[in-house]
Design a protein around this ligand. Structure first.
Ligand SMILES: [Zn+2]
Ligand SMILES: [Zn+2]
Length: 238
């Protein structure tokens, strides 16, 4: 038996964990090994207000075709990653199996990517319906908003409630999604005159953050930005 291995293992073990993607040893702080971290699908540059990257240069308005037809109520969607392989698997494990090691791995790069504070005065998490939150045991949007608020030294403002249970947005057609979400959010706290960042885990179609932003603006918020880990790209057929 190689005794040096036996003696070194506890020291090694203190500083190393497993990569959340490939399970190879990875620095405990990082959560990812050196190979997996760069493999996460970063969202491209030239991003429209809706958070979607554009392959062609955007027109002077800075808006993609969809946003020109239906201008979003929010000022800007800010996502670090595209909701694509292998990040989609990771976020699924985080959301549906409450694997907090994934949250610990994703938080540092996401927090570092957030816009500098100044334009935003408070962070509002996108709420889940109580039943969904109970089933999952937590609300990822709430945890992300809390982490971002602490990181930026801004208040967390749980200003929205979701009294009605809405069907999953995925797979529904645009018009059905809008109908499904209409009036899904209600106000719990005043937001008059505030510049807000609405925080969600993933922006899928944009319908949820549209509806939630509209609710905040109708209540007198001065502006709303949307911050999320990832954005679903339309090429995925949704
Ligand atoms: Zn790895
Ligand atoms: Zn757009």
């Amino acid at each position: 038996m190689n005794m040096s291995k036996v003696y070194l293992w506890p020291i090694f073990n203190q500083h190393f964990g497993q990569c959340v993607l490939c399970q190879e040893p990875a620095p405990l702080q990082a959560g990812f090994c050196g190979a997996c971290r760069p493999a996460l699908p970063a969202i491209g540059a030239a991003v429209c207000r809706c958070g979607l990257p554009s392959t062609a240069p955007l027109p002077e308005s800075g808006l993609c075709g969809r946003c020109l037809t239906r201008p979003p109520p929010f000022q800007q969607v800010h996502c670090l990653w595209a909701y694509d392989f292998p990040l989609d698997r990771l976020i699924n494990r985080y959301k549906h199996h409450r694997q907090l090691a994934i949250e610990r791995a994703l938080l540092p790069p996401w927090l570092a990517s957030l816009p500098a504070p100044g334009a935003v005065g408070a962070l509002v998490p996108v709420p889940s319906h109580w039943l969904r939150q109970w089933q999952r045991g937590f609300n990822p949007a709430q945890r992300l908003a809390r982490a971002a608020a602490d990181h930026l030294g801004l208040p967390l403002l749980p200003a929205l409630a979701r009294p009605r249970r809405t069907r999953h947005q995925q797979g529904q057609r645009a018009r059905a999604r809008r109908r499904n979400l209409h009036g899904a959010f209600t106000l719990r706290q005043p937001v008059t005159g505030l510049h807000l960042a609405l925080v969600d885990d993933v922006v899928t179609t944009g319908s949820t953050v549209r509806e939630a932003s509209q609710c905040l603006l109708d209540a007198g918020a001065a502006s709303v930005q949307v911050w999320a880990l990832a954005r679903t790209l339309p090429t995925r057929g949704r």
